[in-house]
Design a protein around this ligand. Structure first.
Ligand SMILES: [Zn+2]
Length: 377
């Protein structure tokens, strides 16, 4: 006899069996999904590990190497083990020795138009690494000097001045651009009243909308440069210069960093983008001025004026004479001492800057030739 209890029992048994099957099915489904996910991950990883060289990219563009040589005839960059230039057919005789003239300068060949000046007057080719080393030797420059800034009414301040001339290539630019864009909308409503005879009938309204867009942007960022000698460095440059820089550009920089006890100053003395033939004007440390102590002079002058006026009020002749006299002596002394100091300070700065300015001048003279040399590096 079928009782409710037996139906319930059978139902429970069936439910438990169905549940067990369902759990098993779900587990299998989950394991399958995990396997699929892992297989996908593995194949993505495999794909990401494929380099452009695995795909035969080196057959399209040759890898640049520091042992590459430059053809003396057509200025092409070639692998060092080629005996003949693939562009012009010129025979290349790889050669190890760069002939150094006295003083460590490289000979300049004027008869060979294509020949970079750092190569000596022989029909030989040089590796890129050697050309880089020569350019580093010719252009890179650093100096460090002590500078004493003299003041009239306060103690002298001593600074360490470091100058550097850099020839480098932009390796990466991390520039973020903040754009501020605001539009101001103004609506003007004009009411025109309509009359019939003298009695007011109705008004019409005319809306005029004008908008003014105010857009400003600032660039913030740093660039990573690689010196011609191979060393890399991070550089912070101002917006105006940053905006014109691209990866691969060759640049020349002269800068001066001055360390006073109270803080550092940084002057970008010269900046030139060789690739884009664009220079920037900068503020030089040569024009540095600091007239601290001027407040002391002002304070003393005010004191003498007060003393003079007080003496006049109380009719103290000696007081008036002394105030006027000291006022005169103090100011004549201040003007004279300021002139002497300013001249001493300026002479010192000029002396410190002479080697750096010579480097800048040398660079400016050789920009065109240098550009040709850098094009193949
Ligand atoms: Zn050639």
């Amino acid at each position: 006899m079928i009782t409710i209890e037996s139906i319930a029992l059978v139902s429970i048994i069936i439910s438990v069996i169905a549940l067990a099957f369902e759990i098993k099915r779900n587990n299998r489904k989950f394991t399958y999904a995990v396997l699929k996910y892992e297989a996908l991950q593995a194949s993505f990883k495999q794909m990401l590990d494929v380099t452009k060289y695995d795909l035969g990219y080196f057959n399209i563009e040759r890898n640049r190497d520091n042992s590459d040589i430059i053809c003396i005839q057509c200025n092409s960059r070639l692998p060092h083990d080629l005996n003949y230039c693939v562009h012009c057919g010129e025979r290349n005789a790889p050669q190890e020795n760069l002939l150094l003239e006295e003083g460590g300068k490289y000979g300049i060949v004027s008869s060979e138009e294509n020949m970079p000046s750092v190569y000596v007057g022989q029909r030989e080719t040089f590796s890129v690494a050697k050309i880089r080393a020569c350019l580093a030797d010719l252009y890179l420059f650093t100096s460090q000097n002590q500078y004493t800034h003299k003041h009239v009414f306060c103690g002298d301040r001593v600074a360490t001045v470091s100058n550097e001339f850099i020839l480098a290539q932009i390796k990466s630019t991390e520039v973020s651009n903040n754009v501020n864009d605001k539009t101001i909308v103004t609506t003007t409503t004009t009411e025109t009243k309509h009359y019939r005879g003298n009695s007011y009938q109705y008004s019409t309204y005319n809306d005029q909308t004008s908008s003014f867009r105010n857009r400003s942007s600032t660039l913030n960022g740093k660039v990573i440069i690689e010196y011609v000698s191979g060393e890399t460095r991070v550089l912070h440059l101002r917006e105006e210069i940053l905006g014109t820089l691209d990866v691969g550009d060759w640049i020349a920089i002269a800068y001066c960093s001055t360390k006073f006890a109270e803080g550092n100053r940084y002057n970008l003395e010269y900046f030139y983008n060789i690739t884009k033939s664009k220079g920037f004007n900068n503020q030089t440390f040569l024009n540095y001025s600091d007239n601290r102590g001027a407040l002391v002079l002002k304070g003393l002058n005010i004191l003498f004026v007060i003393a003079g006026v007080t003496s006049m009020v109380f009719k103290i002749d000696l007081g008036i004479m002394m105030s006027v006299g000291l006022f005169g002596v103090l100011n004549v002394y201040a003007i004279f001492a300021a002139l002497v100091n300013s001249s001493t300070n300026s002479t010192q700065r000029k002396a410190i800057f002479k080697p750096l300015q010579a480097k800048i001048k040398e660079f400016k003279h050789s920009i065109d030739k240098l550009k040709n040399q850098l094009d193949v590096l």
